[in-house]
Write a protein that binds this ligand. Structure first.
Ligand code: NAP
Length: 264
């Protein structure tokens, strides 16, 4: 089996990454950052997001597992003290894999420029750089509302505990094949009106944003920021691809939610 290790880059994460690499080489696994079967991310949830984006071209052949060197994460749920146990689990392949949905984002531009396609593990946000953003929001081809405000966040169920949560979105179990739309400071008065609540769309529903004013805005895809101009539309739906996590022990999602946000 081929593996790679992705470190956050700080001293502790680098040391633990090196230990994991040495152990797995001793077990005669092949170190192969080009085409790994398993990617071990060492750092935090942010490190796993980076690893995910490095391997979006081969998601069906790659499984991810995360070790945290800061606090318990949603993707990074193994502790540094458990590294030996984790390595033995990995060496004793085949391991169990759970698959969760990811978000497909297609940005279409005015003029000749080709459309761009992205996958997000957490979310895609659209935020104004200055002034209010005005966008038509269509669901399944029908105009739902005209949004005016700071921006919108379209998240995966796995990302529902991240930015989405800070916007008052619901926490969704990551196994649900849905996308969630949450507002950022919408203007609601006699002239402008939005639904005001987060919306959860099923797998077969597409959401389309169409900018209505000429305000420059930024699009984020997880930790990545893209400055966008001349955008005709941004389309969102549950992607065909899925993210695969290697599971070596049960760690129920709601337990993780409790330990992260309420109490250990
Ligand atoms: P960052 O600003 O350095 O860290 C954002 C925080 O979000 C970190 O504590 C990170 O955990 C945590 N996080 C990432 N994915 C998560 C998930 N699925 N559930 C719960 N927490 C999660 O940015 P980053 O490390 O590059 O991560 C990018 C992510 O930051 C974006 O995808 C977005 O979700 C999130 N973000 C949140 C807000 C907000 O809540 N107001 C604002 C901007 C961005 P670790 O410490 O374990 O890495």
């Amino acid at each position: 089996m081929r593996f790679t290790v992705r470190s956050r880059g700080d001293h502790d994460s680098n040391m633990i990454s090196q230990r994991i690499k040495n152990y797995l080489l001793e077990f005669s696994l092949e170190f192969d950052p080009e085409s790994p079967d398993i990617v071990i991310s060492v750092g935090g949830d942010g490190t796993l997001l980076e690893a995910f984006h490095e391997y979006t071209h081969r998601l069906s052949e790659t499984a991810f597992v995360g070790v945290h060197t800061g606090h318990l994460g949603f993707y990074a749920d193994w502790q540094p003290e458990e590294v030996e146990k984790l390595v033995i689990h990995i060496a004793k392949t085949p391991f169990k894999v759970v698959e969760y949905p990811v978000l497909e984002v297609i940005i279409r531009h005015n003029g000749e420029r080709k459309s761009e396609r992205f996958l997000a593990l957490n979310e895609c946000t659209v935020k104004s750089m200055e002034g209010s953003l005005v966008m038509d929001l269509e669901i399944k081809g029908d105009l739902f509302e005209t949004f005016r405000g700071d921006g919108l966040c379209i998240s995966t169920p796995s990302g529902s505990t991240a930015y989405n949560k800070a916007l008052g979105g619901a926490i969704l179990h990551p196994s649900l094949s849905t996308i969630q739309i949450a507002e950022m400071a919408s203007i609601n008065n006699r002239v402008y009106r939005t639904v005001g609540s987060p919306l959860v769309l099923p797998q077969h529903h597409t959401c389309l944003l169409k900018p209505k004013n000429n305000v420059d805005f930024q699009v984020t895809i997880d930790h990545l920021t893209l400055l966008q101009q001349e955008v005709k539309s941004i389309q969102y739906r549950v992607a065909e691809e899925k993210v695969r996590f290697a599971r070596f022990r049960p760690f129920p999602f709601w337990k993780r939610v409790k330990e992260s946000f309420i109490a250990e």
